[in-house]
Design a protein around this ligand. Sequence first.
Ligand SMILES: [Zn+2]
Length: 233
Amino acid sequence: MDSLRRHAPVGNDVIWHARRLHGAGLVAVGTCKPMGPPDAEGRAPCSAAWHPRPCDRAGKRPLLADYPRWAARGPSFADVESSLRVWAPCNLALVAVGVLVVIEADSPDADAELASLGGAELASAPAREARSGRGRAYVFRAPPGVNVPNGARRGTSGAVDVRGTGGLLVVPPSRHVSGHVYAWLPGRAVGDCAAGGARRTALAARAADSQASACTHGSGRRRHGRRLDHRRG
Ligand SMILES: [Zn+2]
């Protein structure tokens, strides 16, 4: 391929994964890659020379500032590939755009909560494996017309993150700053199974969101002392 000759090799299979996402109708953008162990505050050197040193979001900071608009335009795979080759080495993140929604459980408790909310449809959705002490992340399509708002630390567990338009999910074969290499659950990669379950998905997302709102009127505190986010409207 001409592009292979023009650009330096990426050095891992980021492009293979990006192509798979593209084939499933999804958009991926490069994020910086951790290039060393984290300090006590979780910061680490990263692959992007223009990021803070050390980078406070090593592995997760997008390499394209205007990525939500770029993703919304539906870039060709050639566009995606050439950007990844320019940025190499880099991580890869799925961009939530259109009706795509990402729900991430940030703890085993949140995982259990999502399992009860999402039921069988959640059990068959594309899912990223949990890293140690955290939960899985799921990829869904919401029904057209259903707006799923972004929300962090939602749910009764206080650890459900919901990402609608413009949200990012770092996906395989990316490396977390801890050294963990992300993977899809066996048979549950995007492309292996449909990012479907629309009706139940939206329900799960809304339920997670409203539960958080209900909690706000209760203790108003999360585990680890994190404050609840108040829901707009
Ligand atoms: Zn960075």
